[in-house]
Design a protein. Sequence first.
Length: 435
Amino acid sequence: MATLKETLAAKIEPMRKEVQAVLKNHGDNVVSEVTVTQAYGGMRGVKCMVTETSALDPMEGIRFRGYNIPQLREKLPKAPGGEEPLPEGIFYLLLTGDLPTEKNVKEVTEEWKKRSTLPDHLVKTMDAVPKDTHPMTQFSLGILALQRDSVFVQKYREGMSKLEYWDPTYEDVMNLLAKLPGIASYIYRRSYKDGKRIPADPKLDWGGNFAHMMGVENEEYKELMRLYLVLHSDHEGGNVSAHTTHLVGSALSDPYYALSAGINGLAGPLHGLANQEVLRWIMEVKEELGGGVPTKKQLVDFLWDTLKSGKVIPGYGHAVLRQTDPRYTAQREFALKHCPEDETFKIVSMIFEVAPGILQEHGKAKNPWPNVDAHSGCLQVYYGVVEYDFYTVLFGVSRAMGVLCSLIWDRALGLPIERPKSITTGWVKEHVKAK
C-alpha cells in the first residue's frame, strides 16, 4: 500500500497537466468582475485565486474536497470507541482528495508521533517570553523558532528543480504539524497551570494527545478536541489566515514563515480571535442579567439594548454564509448529547432561539444566523478550559492543516508569487468618469 507521500506524488503530475490544460484552453475566460465597492471593501467576493482543499457555499456551508460536515462525521475514521472523526483523516482528505482508510489515518498518526519532539532551543525560546504574553504571540514565536530546521530552505540553497519544491515543503509541513500540539499545550501549561510540560502518550492520536498534554484527562473532551480540530481545519482560500499563508508562501518563504504569518492574521478580532470574544460576551450577558440562565424576555431586551447602542451580537453573521453555520450545528449536536443541562450552553441555545428573529426585525444584518464562533467557547468552558485567550490557539492548530495542505499544492503546481495591481482613488474617479 502506498504511503501518504507516494499517494500525493502520484496525484501531482496529473493535476499539473489539468491546470495547464485549463490555462491553455480557457485562460482568457473571465471569472469575476470587480466593482469599486469591492476594490475598497476588502475584495469581498472577488474570484481571483484557486484553492483546491475546500469551498464555501453561502447556503450549504463548507465542503472539504466535496464532502460536507455531516458526511465527514460519518465517513472519516474514528478513534477506538469514539464517535467523532480523527483530524488525521481530514488532513489526508485535504491533501489528497481521497477519503482515508483506517490504515491511512494510522500512518499519519504514527508519522506525526515520530516527528513530534520539541527541540530544546524552541522550549528555551518560549521560556524566555513572559508568561502573560498573549498565547497567540507565543504560538507564532514557537512556529518561527522551528524555522532554523527548514528542509525547504536547505534544499533550495543546494539547488533543485521547481518541480521538486513540493517535496521539502511536504517534509516541513509534516514536521510542523507534528509539533503544533506540543507547542500549543506547553503554552497552555506555562500560561495558566504549573508550567510543567506533560509528556505525550504514545497510545493516543494527534487530537487526543493534544488534550492529554493540556492536562484535560476526560474522554469526552478528547472527542470534542477531535471534532473541533476537524471543523476548523479549512475554510477555502480567501479568509485572512489562509490567504496570508498562501501570499507569504508565494514568495517561496518556507512553511514556518508562511504559517506564522497566517497565525498572526488569525489573531485578529475579525477572524480567529472572535471565538474568545464571543465567550467573553456570553459571560458578561450572564453576569449582567443576574447570573444563571436568564428568562427569554430578559435576553430579548438585552439583545435589543445591545443593537440600539450601536453594538453587534457577537457570533452572529458571516462574510459568506447566509444560513446557520454547519460547524455551529455540529457543536450544538455534541452539546445536546454531552452537556444539555449546562448553564452556558442553555444561554447559547436561548440566544440561538431569539437572536435571528431580532436581527431580521432590526434589518441591518445580511445574515442573522450564528457562525462557528457562537458555540465553540461554551464547550471549552464546560470541560474546564476557561482561559478565553487560549481559544484562538486551538483554532490555529486546526487551521494549520488546511492552509499547509494548500501550500504544498501551491508548490506542486508552481503557482507564482501573488502580486495584484493596486489603484488610487484618483484613478478610480477618472475611470468612472470615462465610463
